[in-house]
Structures are given as C-alpha cells and as structure tokens.
Ligand binder design. Sequence first.
Ligand code: NI
Length: 274
Amino acid sequence: MSEMKTVVQVSEAQIRFFWGNGYLAIDCLTTPEELAMMREAYDRIFQQRAGRAVGDQFDLAGIDEEGSEAALPQILNPSKYAPEMRDTVYRRNAFAIAQQLLGPDTVPMGDHAIFKPARFGAATPWHQDEAYWNPELEYTTLSVWMPLQEATIENGCMQFIPGSHKLEVLPHHSIHHDPRIHGLEVDEGLTDLTHPAICPLPPGGATFHLNRTLHYTGPNRSAVPRRAYILGFGRPPRPRATPRRFPWNEQKLAPRQERARAAANLEEPMVGQK
Ligand code: NI
C-alpha cells in the first residue's frame, strides 16, 4: 500500500458536496498496517483507563460512577497516551483534506476516541458539536471520524442530517436531562431527524462533518467493539459579534469536570469533545 504514503486529495465535486450537505465520506485514509497499529494502541489505552484521573477519560453517555462499566467511554487527546498515534498517514491525509475543505489557514485542533463496547455501547444522540463549545466564539471547524474496523448501521456508523450545517446552534440538553452526564442531545421537535444520510464505512475510511452538522450514531448491537478515532481541524476561532449563551453547559455537573479540576487540568481542548 505504498501509494497511501502520498496524500489523498478530494475532488472539486466532493468539496461542493461537503459544503452543500455538511458532511463527506471517504473510503480510505490510512494503510492496513497503520490501522492494525492504531487498533492495538487504542485498545491498550482504553484497557489502561488512560487519562481517567485527569478527566481525559470518561463515560459520554452515563453518570460515570467509579466501578461501573461505561456505556460510551471516551478519551480526550488519546495520542497523549499513545504517542504512536501522533504521526500517522491518517493524520496527514485528514489534515490535507481539511485544508482543501476549509482553506489554508486550517490548523489541527486535537483528537479523541469514542469506544462502543460490543452489544452494550450506547447511542450517541443527535447533536451539533458546536453545542459543546464556548458560545462566545465563532467556529468554522470539521471533525474527521475514522472507524478502526468496519462501521455498519448495526455497530454504530455515522448518520447525518444533510444541510443541517446551515442551521444556527439549536437548543440542546444533557442526555436523559441529567446534568451529571457529559453527552448532549438536541432538543426534540426542532428539526426533522427522520431522513438521515447513513454512512457505513470500510475500516480506515472516514467521514468529515462541520461544527453544526447534526449527527448521530446508533447503539452497538453487534458482537464486535466499535472503535472510532476522531481528529479535529479548523480555522482559528474568533470572538462572535453577537452574544449567545449555551445554558445546557452552564448546568453541567459531570464528575469528569471535577476530576479535571482536581488535576488542575483546566485547559479544555477546543474541538476535543464530541
Ligand atoms: Ni459529535
């Protein structure tokens, strides 16, 4: 697979599709060898519960109690804990395509990993990523979502609402309306969620989506774990002209934030959260 050492490019038609629909699916951004290496590193850091003490590892969909199995474990900045994930063909290709899609001032904005345990992993409800972030800033960013095995509708592949990137940030709430849960869900009845574009992918394929594109992944009903490795890229955020508030974040009581504060690790990644 030496051809993969060269940078993957997207076509003009793919760039138009991305800006028209708010997402784009690509078949392959890495090599089989690199994929095997990343899968091993990924499983290792989840087994080690890397980053939990400093709030980098937590349950996105549950109340995150010590000793209970997480329904949707997430690690922020996994490459901090697995340095072999830092300099990869995947990252170079994702960055090059992000620059093609967003422009030459695009910069890397962190990585995260979301693990859906076999037969147990919870759904990631419909949301816009920007709903997690600082309401005082204006964003043009994208997330690259790569499965480390095949992604299917049965194990929780990505689903998008085409065109939803043109919406404002819609009102969200904590999953189950429980402010102890980190994950967010868009409020009901605000927009039609019944005709998603469903994006199954081969191992090492990826989807790209914008900061306001509504997206969802189903529960993992399969016998294999679903590993997703996500990279963020974007233009540097700038202060917004018109103020806004995200009250759903002002109410958060997630134990993960407590652990992060206790570790005096107050720096939040700009795009590191899903
Ligand atoms: Ni997301």
